[in-house]
Design a protein around this ligand. Structure first.
Ligand SMILES: [Zn+2]
Length: 447
């Protein structure tokens, strides 16, 4: 155990739990989760008004645009008044440059984060040190739902770089004894390394795994194929959409419960799955609007959000380009948080055909894994390179045979639109985003 690992862990613990308002907010969130819908709205309005005032007083971009639009902090009297602001996206934020950063804090006191380049444009996001503790408090409330204790060990497979992605022979893990976290390199997770990862998790006595579903799925598949038994209690999956076949395989392999959470580097929205299996929009985190999408069946909505807590680079009505399926249902867990049916993913994650058929991730993955009966693939990526053509890249598992390929071809021919030509290509690994994530569908054509 190295001194560096202990020092790093101590710094993380300090920043996440003791420098900021972590404990205060954790206690607060434990109470607010049981409030009524109208009590939650009162909290949201209070936080929104505070945020708008902060923006007006210390963020040049908002001062200018609010003056132009005739919005004063006092004019925000109801949650509906948020609509006075225009919806903005990454393009506008990049254009605003430094003017969207609050002048209240010296730049050295801010933490620099990077958001996903899954849409091709990574963005630097500034955060206050205090907001990190708050972020951690929100995450930990969901861990409470999952029954994971504060001192419980966990393994992480996500964007944290343990070894340079291009290096094949580096050490691919790091154990932090203070936070009790084992980090495994998502960039190197493959059929070759996954079994080592599973062994490391077992050796450390870890029962909780957090990370990209694609990497956890690869591990699950590899464990099943090689007969390695790893018992887990909880998998917390995040940052990528989890498909039903993946969920099934992970739960079969590890005998665990799976909790998804969806958040953003921009710190505007959080959607947490509860112990009863509903996806809840977390109301104390931000004000989230679901904007109906035109011409899309199945109640799909764009997620537009205003985060309450990151005062360094506040974003009002920010559209991340993510799509969810709406739901009118409430949840039996007793929380009065809005529910969405599922998280579809990025807006571009749709395959289309010349005849106008649109298929989302769940639909296309279903064709390969369930209907096609092919359960021997580790990774897939659907690349639409022309309106009438897609290439399906796949990484075969150890038990993959010619029959599996034939099954995939058959089901693609049967279930994908006829006017869409399909080619299969075996690859060593599908392409990751700069954050190490897998996008199941990559559309290279305009919608
Ligand atoms: Zn619930």
């Amino acid at each position: 155990m190295s001194i560096r690992a202990i020092a790093n862990g101590a710094a993380h613990l300090l920043v996440k739990r003791y420098t900021g308002p972590f404990w205060l907010h954790k206690r607060w969130l434990n109470k607010t989760q049981w409030l009524s819908y109208s009590e939650l709205q009162i909290i949201q309005l209070k936080l929104l008004r505070k945020l708008v005032r902060h923006c007006y007083n210390s963020v040049p971009y908002y001062r200018r645009s609010m003056d132009e639009l005739g919005i004063s902090p006092e004019s925000i009297r109801t949650l509906k008044d948020i609509e006075k602001f225009p919806i903005i996206n990454k393009k506008e934020v990049l254009k605003a440059g430094d003017s969207i950063i609050s002048t209240k804090y010296p730049r050295w006191a801010l933490r620099k984060g990077r958001t996903g380049g899954s849409t091709g444009t990574p963005m630097i996001v500034y955060r206050t040190l205090f907001s990190l503790g708050t972020e951690h408090a929100f995450a930990r409330r969901q861990w409470d739902w999952a029954g994971v204790g504060m001192r419980e060990k966990s393994a992480w497979i996500f964007q944290r770089v343990v070894a340079p992605p291009e290096k094949k022979d580096a050490r691919l893990y790091d154990y932090d004894p203070v936070m009790r976290e084992l980090t495994l390199s998502a960039y190197h997770c493959s059929a070759d390394t996954a079994l080592d990862y599973a062994r490391l998790i077992q050796e450390h006595g870890i029962k909780v795994v957090v990370g990209y579903p694609s990497a956890i799925y690869t591990m699950a598949k590899t464990c099943i194929n090689s007969g390695f038994k790893l018992d887990l209690r909880v998998v917390i999956s995040t940052w990528e959409a989890m498909t039903e076949p993946m969920r099934q395989t992970i739960s079969d392999a590890f005998g665990c419960k799976i909790f998804d959470f969806y958040g953003s580097g921009e710190r505007v929205v959080a959607i947490h799955k509860c112990e009863r299996g509903s996806y809840h929009i977390v109301p104390e985190y931000g004000l989230t609007e679901l904007i109906p999408m035109d011409g899309c069946e199945g109640g799909h909505y764009r997620v537009v959000s205003t985060g309450f807590w990151n005062k360094a680079m506040p974003l009002i009505r920010y559209d991340m380009g993510d799509v969810v399926a709406g739901s009118d249902e409430s949840c039996s867990c007793g929380r009065n948080f809005p529910v969405v049916k599922s998280i579809i993913g990025k807006e571009g994650d749709i395959i289309q055909s010349p005849s106008g058929v649109q298929l989302g991730v769940t639909a296309v993955v279903q064709i390969l894994y369930t209907i096609g009966g092919t359960n021997n693939i580790l990774e897939t990526q659907f690349i639409q390179d022309a309106l009438d053509h897609i290439t399906i890249e796949y990484v075969p598992g150890r038990k993959f045979t010619e029959d599996d390929l034939a099954n995939m071809r058959n089901s693609a021919a049967r279930f994908l639109p006829r006017d869409l030509k399909v080619d299969f290509e075996q690859v060593e690994a599908v392409k990751r985003t700069p954050m190490g994530k897998i996008r199941p569908i990559v559309s290279q054509i305009a919608r």
